[in-house]
Design a protein around this ligand. Sequence first.
Ligand SMILES: C[S@@+](CC[C@H](N)C(=O)[O-])C[C@H]1O[C@@H](n2cnc3c(N)ncnc32)[C@H](O)[C@@H]1O
Ligand SMILES: [Zn+2]
Length: 279
Amino acid sequence: MNKVELASNFIKQHLHQFQCPICKSNFSEVQSGALICVNHHSFNIAKKGSLFFLNNPVNTEYTTEMLSYRNQFLTAGFFNPMLEEVISKISGNFILDAGCGEGTTTKWMASHFNGDFVGLDISKPAINIAGSGVAPEPYPLFMVGDLAQLPFADQGLTTIVNILSPANYQEFDRTLAAGGELIKVIPGNHYLSELRQLVYPDGEHATYDNAPVKNHFIEHYDHVEFTKVNYKFPLNEQLFTALFNMTPLTWQAKDRKAAILQDGLKEITAEFEIGVVRR
Ligand SMILES: C[S@@+](CC[C@H](N)C(=O)[O-])C[C@H]1O[C@@H](n2cnc3c(N)ncnc32)[C@H](O)[C@@H]1O
Ligand SMILES: [Zn+2]
């Protein structure tokens, strides 16, 4: 089966869990590689199997080059111990990876947890990378869309995973089914600490405090259960180069790039806080 057929089958199995982001009505069918709503709004499934729910491209801070380096770094397993913890908290079987970036997290979860995964991101270059290469097995569906206008029906999702990405709690509340869970991953205060200290030995960027993001999350929900995950990820020259280039954290150090790459790092701290809300 090609990617358009794989995507069509995926959508058919969940047709009533999607919703047209233009008129908020149901989708009625998937025909000739397009998803069509009851009011005849039509969304083509691209050759790579991805759907485009946004008409106008949105520029994000992530360029294709940065996304490729991120892809290289995440494929090397940087997030795996964190993702292991995330999937241990999933109870449903129709899961949105909200703000999935270049899709490595979605693919990893789909191959380690028995459920149907959708990866959604506002960045077209990110979803292009997600849809490239051999069709993953099992097949996650990737789409360009906006968290503020999710193309899912009310209570259409059993689980929302939101990793290091912005959230839209109003849309999460609308689309999450009763009994479902929201799993939000935020960076811990020591996330990438060695890189921060190497790049910014002092000043405001030398340390990170996740309190504003964490507080915004807690303010919205009565009960959030947090788990902290902390581990070291070993680096070699190639991986350090990928790390340096994948994050906006190093932007202000571009002029010192050669010296920093020369110094390098042997390992990097991965620290996350995983908050779970059950509905
Ligand atoms: C730090 S990246 C994290 C990506 C991925 N979850 C990961 O951990 O590699 C944040 C992502 O959020 C996406 N994003 C930002 N605003 C968004 C929105 N309104 N709707 C969907 N995605 C959005 C960006 O395009 C970007 O890919
Ligand atoms: Zn419509």
